[in-house]
Design a protein around this ligand. Structure first.
Ligand SMILES: Nc1nc2c(c(=O)[nH]1)N(C=O)[C@@H](CNc1ccc(C(=O)N[C@@H](CCC(=O)O)C(=O)O)cc1)CN2
Ligand SMILES: Nc1ncnc2c1ncn2[C@@H]1O[C@H](COP(=O)(O)OP(=O)(O)OP(=O)(O)O)[C@@H](O)[C@H]1O
Length: 223
């Protein structure tokens, strides 16, 4: 079982894949194994560690122009040990910003749309048991209408690499950024516990580059 030391995942020799360190191919087995390890690490955090991490994350974001300048911000409701952005949402509401939650698109396979999230918004569990606003026709916003998207992630590296839950939801939803480089694009900032950082993630051709990652200890600008 991988060990967590100084908030970093240490992979045992038999869990290290030489190819991961040499030319970084996308090996589905590697991604699966790493995903399981990192999900377990974040679920192992205590309530107290989670609360402290959320407070520190808010402090990190409050110093970032990506957050301060944004009016329309997509967030998520924490699940499976993810770092909890609720304090960020409350800060954004207090600053008169508009917050949105991802909604599994009713028609387009594995894509996300976004619905406004206010203190009074009615929520219901989706097929992954994550709460999302109940869909009201005409209220769905598409991804390009956001100024900033705060993404959940399972793993990240300091170069902007991101490993998600494995459904490809965010990758599919934001592929327009790569396909239409001239179109105005939202900034994509991953939120994570420091224990979700790995040295270098294998990147896949469909991975959408992040603007940066905010953890409970610092902001990483993607290189
Ligand atoms: N909080 C949060 N909301 C989110 C995401 C996320 O990662 N976190 N998503 C990011 O994409 C989308 C939902 N994607 C998800 C993909 C897989 C699982 C999940 O728990 N998979 C189970 C298998 C579930 C099943 O098939 O029944 C698992 O891997 O254990 C959850 C959310 C949209 N909303
Ligand atoms: N733009 C895309 N078009 C079609 N399929 C895609 C696209 N992006 C990703 N996929 C598919 O989705 C699957 C999951 O991708 P990946 O493992 O990168 O998910 P993830 O980034 O971890 O998950 P998520 O984005 O939901 O958090 C892959 O099998 C990939 O083929």
């Amino acid at each position: 079982m991988p060990e967590v030391k100084n908030n970093r995942i240490l992979l045992a020799d038999n869990e290290r894949q030489p190819s991961l360190l040499i030319n970084n191919p996308v090996n589905p087995q590697q991604r699966k194994q790493l995903r399981a390890t990192l999900r377990q690490a974040r679920r192992a955090l205590t309530c107290q560690q989670q609360q402290l991490a959320s407070q520190r994350l808010l402090k990190v974001l409050l110093s970032r122009p990506e957050f301060l300048k944004a009016k329309h911000i997509a967030v998520y409701l924490a699940n499976d040990g993810e770092i909890d952005p609720m304090q960020i949402i409350e800060a954004a509401w207090a600053m008169n910003k508009h917050c949105y939650l991802p909604v599994l698109h009713p028609i387009y396979h594995n894509r996300l749309w976004f619905l406004r999230f206010r203190p009074t918004t009615k929520l219901a569990p989706n097929r992954f048991n994550i709460l999302e606003p109940t869909v009201r026709a005409g209220h769905l916003k598409s991804a390009w209408a956001m100024d900033l998207v705060l993404l959940p992630l399972v793993g990240f590296d300091q170069y902007g690499g991101r490993l998600g839950m494995g459904g490809g939801f965010y990758d599919r939803t934001f592929e327009f950024i790569v396909k239409n480089p001239l179109k105005p694009r939202p900034k994509l900032v991953g939120l994570a516990h420091e224990c979700q950082r790995v040295d270098k993630l294998p990147t896949a051709s469909w991975d959408i580059p992040l603007t940066g990652i905010a953890s409970d200890s610092k902001y990483y600008t993607a290189k």
